[in-house]
Write a protein that binds this ligand. Sequence first.
Ligand SMILES: *[C@@H]1O[C@H](CO)[C@@H](O)[C@H](O)[C@H]1NC(C)=O
Ligand SMILES: *[C@@H]1O[C@H](CO)[C@@H](O)[C@H](O)[C@H]1NC(C)=O
Length: 257
Amino acid sequence: MLSRYLTSLWLLAGSAFAAPYKSHLPVVLWHGMGDSCCGPSMGNITELIQSQLSNVYVHSVRIGDTEDQDRNFGYFDVLNRQVDEVCEQFKADEKLSNGFNAIGFSQSGQFFRAYVQRCNDPPVHNLITFGSQHAGVSEWPGCKDRFDVQCNLARSLINRGAYLPWIQHRVVQAQYFKDAKHYEEYIAGNIFLPDINNELPDKNETYIQNLKSLNKFVMIQFEEDDMVVPKESAWFGYWNEDGQVIPLKEQPLYKEV
Ligand SMILES: *[C@@H]1O[C@H](CO)[C@@H](O)[C@H](O)[C@H]1NC(C)=O
Ligand SMILES: *[C@@H]1O[C@H](CO)[C@@H](O)[C@H](O)[C@H]1NC(C)=O
């Protein structure tokens, strides 16, 4: 996975990212599931970015007080709380006060989008998401390491019923789980994704304006993604009730708002 991120980043470094007038904006990274703020993967990506963008300031999101907590919060937390935490974290960082470019890996792509829609202070200029689940997932994203205890626990909880309130308020992946065949249950039971995707009856105008305020929103989908089901969720594509993937531009989400 890391090498795929790195390859795509090389390609991007010269384009969206390094628009000359914004070339020195800081970069904020938010790692994916099972990873942490401060391990080799975010470390390597930081090095790559700094080597390309004259040692620009790079901040790697850490949820909680330690690297272990941060990894654990990638499985067990309430996402609405987590988004509030990053709102405070970014606001408190003076080096980010003029805004920044954001990169969200996997699940953190949709979490970063929630930051943009809900807070965006300091503002994100360009948002790049890698293999994210913007439209949700219909299956557990998969544990890379089968001995990862937390990952296996989170998966077994989701299998009990992703929309059960006590699971919604514990398991992160349940909060972007979407069962296309039971849409009403998803709308009623999922405490995160229907809100940030403006699927609820009351549309939030702030979400729309904040998302539109981005200079560029780059969504990268991995053609051979076997973790994200459907992989097109990286571009907001999702199953209809007959099991066909409907691209964003043909969905009510896109047509209505
Ligand atoms: C990440 O950095 C470490 C230490 O510099 C290096 O050994 C490793 O090969 C790097 N990984 C990738 C995928 O570049
Ligand atoms: C829309 O979102 C903003 C930012 O999170 C929030 O302050 C506001 O109350 C929301 N409005 C509605 C109608 O839900």
